[in-house]
Structures are given as structure tokens and as C-alpha cells.
Design a protein around this ligand. Structure first.
Ligand code: ADP
Ligand code: MG
Length: 344
């Protein structure tokens, strides 16, 4: 796994005979790895830093790019070209991504939708450099991506705040790693804390916050590193509906302010239509691009737009695509359950 050779351990801890490390490429994600450094198991997305005190390993390429998305105004900032990713499973090779291509313009917001297991997270992990061994290429601002890179910020559904750091210290973390002087990193951290609406909570610890607020801390921390591209993998899925709506509004506001190039995986069609410039609908296994839908609704998009006729048409179109794929997924599951039943 690329982390093993592109990372330097800053810290690690032991549990029994195992060494446990948290790999934290720049932002919100928190990967744990258990085993000896030489023979680590593949990193698993952790359920947050819960219980494991420890450390981050950062790829040497880490840098904070203040100019983020200002260049390349016309050309694509992200080009995914003909990516095929197969997993070797006990049942044989599984094609998770089958010739997936996608081009994203600077400042664009792309929603990614598809049935469970269709390869959405795999696509993000390929873009974010967390998976290797795939065919095709990923380029960010014309540069071929290999391994975790500071140009890409990721936010996951799982919590990834550090319980031992205050809100502002969480947000300042990637800037600290990037070697920004203390004053500058706190000013910048403070700015992003405010942006996600957490002013007044700077000195609080994650345990004192609600789930939605903690997710906003992760968002601020990832944004503070000023990634060229932000990847959000179902960041709101674990939250209740109300918090989810509020966070969706927050993302809209932030999007308007920062013009941050963003890809968002969500199961929620309304959320996708409200936030996106384009929506990528994926097929169920093997994951292919089924359709890319241009959402030509005016911005800013208030909550009222959700009840408009045009909005409803987009939702219906995407739902019909998705239903087709989801039912293929169900049939697959049913067939397998039946087969397993017969084997018994
Ligand atoms: P999604 O995010 O759309 O739900 P994933 O990208 O997580 O789907 O997974 C796509 C397919 O690849 C699934 O069938 C999943 O079981 C399989 N898969 C994902 N990661 C691995 C892995 N590390 N090893 C084997 N199979 C995997
Ligand atoms: Mg997923």
C-alpha cells in the first residue's frame, strides 16, 4: 500500500504485539493500520480516532497551496481517464470501476449517485490516491496523481476529529504539519471555523459537540488545507434528517463563497440536485458512468427551489435511472441469497 512508503510515522502506539498507526493524509481522514510496520494490513477506514491515541503520517508531497483553484480557469482541474479497478476477492476478480472517465472544471460541484456497492467510494479512493493498482489515469491540474496528495481533501461519513484537540487545534492541524507559522495557521483556522459556523466553539473539544458540529470541524479542517479538489463521501449519511438539511445549506453557502471544486457522494437525490452543477449517475456492478446530468437551475439555490417544477423533473429523471440500477442490485443480492440457500 502506498502509505507504507510515502509516509513517515510521526507517532505510533502499541496494543498487544501490534503497532497501530493512524494515517492522516492532510485532512479529515483517519485511517488506522494494524500490524508491524513492514507487514501492515491494508489501512481500514477507522471509526474515528476513538480509543487509539496516535499519529499521523503525511506524504512528503504535503504542501499548502494558497493559490488553490485560481489557475486553469478554462481547462479541467480533474481528469479521470478510463479508470478500471478490479479487486481480487475469494469469489474471483470483481470489477469495481469499469472504464470510468470524468472531467471536472474548476469550481464545479459534481454529485455522484449510484446504488450501494457500485464503486463510488472506490472512485474517490482512486482519485484521492488511497488505492493503487488500477488502469487509467487521474490528473489534477495537469499533474498525474499517484498516492495521497495535498491537492485532494477528503471528508468521510466516519468521524475523524481528534478528541484530544480543541476545535481550532483540529482545524489548524494540517497547517501545522505543513509548517505554517503559528500565527498564520491560527488565523486561517479561525477563518474556516467561522466559515462552517462554529465561531464561539473554538476552544471546545469534539466530545462537547453534536455529530453535525463534529462533521463541520472535519469540513473546516479539510478546507483549511485549501485542497484543489474536495471529495465528500456521504458526509451526512450518519446524521439525522434535520442536521443533514442544515449542513446541506451550509455546504451551499460555502460553495458560493469559496467556489471550491467538489465531488459529493450522496444517496439523497434532492441533496444532489440542490447542490450540483452536474450529477454523475453510476451503474450497478460493474461501476460505469450511466449518465451525466447537467443541472441547469439558477444559483443561488434557496430551499424554495426544491418545490419548483424544474427541480422535480431532475429528481424524477435521476430517480428513474437509479431505480433501474438499484433493482439490478437487488436482483443480484436475491440471486446470491437463493444460491447460498441451495448450497446449504
Ligand atoms: P459504493 O461506495 O458505491 O457503495 P464501493 O466502492 O465501496 O461501493 O465498492 C464497490 C465494490 O467493490 C463492492 O462490490 C465492494 O464490495 C467491492 N470492494 C470495495 N473495496 C474492496 C476491497 N478493498 N476488496 C475487495 N472488494 C472491495
Ligand atoms: Mg461507499
Amino acid at each position: 500500500m502506498q502509505h507504507a512508503h510515502s509516509a513517515r510515522w510521526i507517532d505510533e502506539t502499541s496494543r498487544g504485539s501490534d503497532t497501530i498507526c493512524v494515517v492522516l493524509p492532510l485532512d479529515g481522514m483517519c485511517y488506522t493500520r494494524i500490524g508491524q510496520t513492514s507487514g501492515m494490513t491494508a489501512p481500514r477506514k477507522s471509526d474515528g480516532p476513538r480509543g487509539i491515541a496516535m499519529a499521523a503520517a503525511i506524504a512528503p508531497s504535503v504542501r499548502v497551496d494558497a493559490g488553490a483553484a485560481k489557475a486553469e480557469a478554462t481547462s479541467a482541474i480533474l481528469v479521470v481517464d478510463d479508470v478500471v479497478k478490479r479487486f481480487d476477492t475469494p469469489e474471483g476478480f470483481l470489477t469495481a470501476l469499469d472504464h470510468v472517465s470524468l472531467s471536472v472544471a474548476p469550481g464545479e460541484f459534481v454529485g455522484v449517485i449510484g446504488p450501494s456497492g457500485c464503486g463510488k467510494s472506490t472512485l474517490f479512493n482512486v482519485i484521492g490516491g488511497l488505492l493503487d493498482g488500477y488502469e487509467g489515469t487521474v490528473q489534477v491540474a495537469g499533474e498525474r496523481m499517484r498516492g495521497p496528495h495535498a491537492a485532494i481533501g477528503m471528508i468521510f461519513q466516519e468521524e475523524s476529529t481528534f478528541p484530544w484537540r480543541t476545535v481550532v487545534d483540529n482545524v489548524a492541524f494540517p497547517l501545522e504539519i505543513a509548517g505554517l507559522p503559528k500565527r498564520e495557521r491560527y488565523e486561517r483556522a479561525q477563518h474556516f471555523v467561522r466559515l462552517v459556523g462554529l465561531d464561539g466553539f473554538e476552544r471546545r473539544y469534539p466530545a462537547e459537540l453534536s455529530g453535525g458540529m463534529r462533521q463541520r470541524v472535519s469540513m473546516a479542517r479539510t478546507l483549511a488545507a485549501q485542497p484543489k479538489i474536495l471529495l465528500m463521501d456521504e458526509p451526512f449519511a450518519a446524521l439525522d434528517e434535520q442536521t443533514r438539511l442544515l449542513l446541506g445549506d451550509k455546504v451551499l453557502q460555502i460553495q458560493q463563497q469559496l467556489k471550491q471544486t467538489t465531488l459529493l457522494i450522496t444517496h439523497n437525490i434532492t441533496e444532489a440536485v440542490q447542490l450540483s452543477d452536474r450529477i454523475l449517475v453510476m451503474t450497478y456492478r460493474p461501476g460505469r458512468v450511466k449518465r451525466i446530468v447537467d443541472i441547469k437551475l439558477p444559483r443561488p439555490r434557496s430551499s424554495e427551489i426544491v418545490s419548483s417544477e424544474a427541480f422535480g423533473r431532475y429528481v424524477a429523471q435521476i430517480w428513474s435511472d437509479l431505480r433501474e440500477e438499484a433493482s439490478r442490485g437487488l436482483t443480484d443480492e436475491e440471486a446470491r441469497t437463493l444460491r447460498e440457500g441451495e448450497d446449504r
